[in-house]
Design a protein around this ligand. Structure first.
Ligand SMILES: Nc1nc2c(ncn2[C@@H]2O[C@H](COP(=O)(O)OP(=O)(O)OP(=O)(O)O)[C@@H](O)[C@H]2O)c(=O)[nH]1
Ligand SMILES: [Mg+2]
Length: 320
């Protein structure tokens, strides 16, 4: 899978861009969901452009799968000024969900005061939920809407059109299809989106993707990765990405007829277990910090761009 050639932009995403633009005037606020494991890579630059000027709440979702210390740093990074508020949430554990309505009311406080002065204090707030595919938009709508009103599945591209859902917290939510953008600045963004399940697996080379993930995990989350697959970290220091995938297959006893390693099965296992949080609570990228890592060797499937501008968020540091 040469990551630059991932085809992630099916036709319905262009339609979603139009849906966002067409419905923006009907909402008071945009709620942008980012995946807490990849808060930089899951931030669609087109969403900022399409929703510019609207009040926004950023939610880092699936927080139970991410490293809590990294999530705190990202919440701070995305809450830099009064108009930009961020919260970490998880709809499965319920973490942070109760904070959403107060955060929305705080962001809209001036507008709500004006409504009150006009005797319109009962007016419902309308919020548009946007984000990349599979980030948890419909799950959040169901959580706040108190029922299974929107379809949820663990694959990208489930919601195909807009849907209004009423909640008991005085906020009407507009669930939207997920949207990616046509060109990634950095191949790592495409990989991160594929690792976390935002891009359909059917269009990816699963073995190459899983091998890349093994290398990322071995390098940056060594103890979690090696503990999960009972690998000896010391003996793998020179291993390439495919060697690591083979090591997983060997340890798990995944063989096909003739005694060959079943790396396809190992790939599915590694990707599934990463996505389910079974390897550990792992965040794949961190906001910019003063600390820099040394440049990786050119053939290592580099995780880190050490010479990126200070203002840009960095890739991960070890946070095992
Ligand atoms: N662990 C965890 N899983 C979540 C969370 N939110 C959503 N999920 C899971 O993520 C998968 C996708 O959830 P959806 O709500 O369908 O995502 P979506 O953003 O609506 O996806 P599209 O409609 O395809 O764009 C489902 O398997 C959910 O159970 C969360 O906070 N924590
Ligand atoms: Mg959906």
């Amino acid at each position: 899978m040469p990551s630059q050639t991932i085809q992630w932009f099916p036709g319905h995403m262009a339609k979603t861009r139009r849906l966002i633009t067409e419905n923006l005037s009907q909402v008071d606020i945009v709620i942008e969901l980012l995946d807490a494991r990849i808060p930089k890579s899951s931030k669609n630059p087109e969403i900022d452009r399409l929703t510019a000027g609207k009040p926004k709440l950023t939610l880092l979702t699936k927080a139970s799968l991410a490293d809590p210390a990294a999530t705190s740093k990202w919440v701070a990074a995305y809450s830099k000024n009064a108009n930009a508020k961020a919260l970490a949430i998880d709809v499965i554990t319920g973490e942070g969900v109760k904070g959403i309505a107060p955060a929305i009311r705080e962001i809209l406080s001036e507008k709500l005061k004006r409504y009150e002065m006009k005797g319109m204090s009962g007016r419902k707030i309308r919020a548009m939920i946007v984000g990349i595919p599979n980030v948890g938009k419909s799950s959040l709508v169901n959580k706040l809407g108190g029922g299974k009103k929107a379809k949820v599945e663990d694959r990208p591209g489930v919601t195909l059109t807009k849907q209004w859902v009423t909640t008991s917290i005085g906020i009407e939510l507009l669930d939207m299809p997920g949207v990616l953008w046509p060109k990634f600045d950095d191949a790592l963004i495409g990989e991160n989106l594929a690792f976390t399940g935002a891009i359909r697996d059917a269009i990816l080379d699963i073995e190459e993707l899983a091998a890349k993930l093994c290398l990322r995990l071995y390098k940056n989350h060594t103890s979690l990765f090696c503990a999960r697959y009972k690998l000896d970290a010391e003996s793998l220091t020179d291993a390439g990405q495919y060697d690591l995938l083979c090591a997983v297959a060997r340890k798990r006893g995944f063989l096909i007829s003739g005694g060959e390693l079943d790396t396809e099965r190992a790939s599915t296992i590694v990707l599934d277990e990463f996505r389910e949080g079974k390897i550990g609570r792992i965040t794949l990228e961190l906001p910019e910090t003063a600390k820099k890592k040394p440049a990786p060797k050119a053939d290592e499937g580099a995780d880190v761009k050490p010479d990126k501008a200070q203002s840009e968020p960095t890739s991960e540091e070890s946070n095992d």
